[in-house]
Design a protein around this ligand. Structure first.
Ligand code: DGY
Length: 321
């Protein structure tokens, strides 16, 4: 029996590659960079399975060049890069990698919140640029995190993990979600409220919702205007959940206190994005789940999903309805 062919157009953990190779042929490209379009299309032409990071967009026109494709295994929890109806219409299974990155992404979210609150990157630049000539009582004054109110928009797995961290900092925790989470309310003391109420009461607004047609632009001009003038917006989910132009206006006019952003409307964000020159904005290059341990766990999970899909079992993290 011929083995199925899995196309992996970039580097993954050795352990995940070895797992795939036990049962499949693997067209593997040991590169970090995104493969050029022509080589990607050539690989896709022959592939039964495709394993990708979310930087690859898979839509109907891409699928036309994939006559044999049966499984797309996303090495990410977010899957806004996949056109699920188009995949389902062709009978192609789609999977993602939840759970294994929850705690890691929550760590980064909290790191970003702390960095923005206490101006860590700005203070680091200040010292390294040789500007620290004298200790001054009001040097780099920030904003307290402990005891403050945090508003979590989207109480999924990662939202709950952020809430657990916030509880350790004695924060007052509000959340807004499609549905109430009575268990989280009991275990973490989090309080469900409307989006508008959350925005107007929070010192830190943390955007944790996946990008869907319903959440695109969820935080726009009106919502930003509801935030306190010293509140800080943190986004580690997807850039398009926040209206970036409205955010730029709000930050430039100092209508909110600052922002911590791991994600942008366009990635990589253009070098002339005004957000990059605002001192009260901390920016990161979409590294929420980027630890060595978690990247390996994500690749292993994606490989297991791939094998299940190709060999007739139901993948643990199947996305198709
Ligand atoms: C995820 O897993 O969705 C991360 O944001 C990486 O794309």
């Amino acid at each position: 029996m011929t083995k199925p062919l899995v196309f992996v157009p970039h580097r993954i953990a050795e352990s995940a590659l070895a797992l795939l190779r036990e049962r499949c042929e693997v067209d593997y490209r040991d590169i970090e960079e995104k493969l050029d379009d022509a080589s990607f299309a050539a690989g896709l032409q022959r592939a039964d399975g495709l394993m990708i990071y979310s930087r690859h967009k898979i839509n109907a026109s891409v699928l036309e060049k994939a006559p044999r494709l049966r499984v797309v295994s996303n090495i990410a929890v977010g899957y806004d890069n996949l056109d699920l109806p188009a995949l389902t219409a062709r009978g192609i299974l789609a999977t993602n990698t939840p759970d294994v990155l929850t705690e890691t992404t929550a760590d980064l979210t909290f790191a970003l919140l702390m960095a923005a609150a206490r101006r860590v990157p700005e203070a680091d630049r200040f010292v390294k640029n040789g500007q620290w000539n004298e200790w001054l009582p009001s040097l780099m004054l920030g904003k307290d995190v402990h005891g403050a109110t945090i508003g979590i928009v989207g109480m999924g797995r990662i939202g709950e993990a952020v809430a657990r961290r916030a509880k350790g900092f004695d924060m007052n925790i509000l959340y807004f979600n499609r549905s109430r989470k009575p268990e989280a309310e009991k275990a973490l003391g989090v309080q469900f409220t409307s989006l508008d109420d959350l925005l107007s009461r929070s010192d830190y607004v943390v955007v944790m919702t996946p990008l869907t047609p319903e959440t695109e632009g969820l935080i726009g001009e009106r919502e930003l205007a509801l935030m306190k003038s010293d509140a800080i917006l943190i986004n580690t989910s997807r850039g398009c959940v926040v209206d970036e132009q409205a955010l730029i206006r709000s930050l430039t006019e100092r209508r909110i206190g600052g922002a911590g952003l791991d994600v942008f409307q366009m990635e990589p964000t253009p070098k002339d994005n005004p957000l990059l020159s605002l001192p009260h904005v901390v920016t990161l290059p979409h590294i929420g789940s980027a630890t060595r341990e978690t990247r390996e766990k994500m690749a292993l999970k994606a490989a297991r999903n791939m094998l299940a899909g190709l060999f007739g079992e139901r993948p643990e993290n199947l996305l198709n309805p």
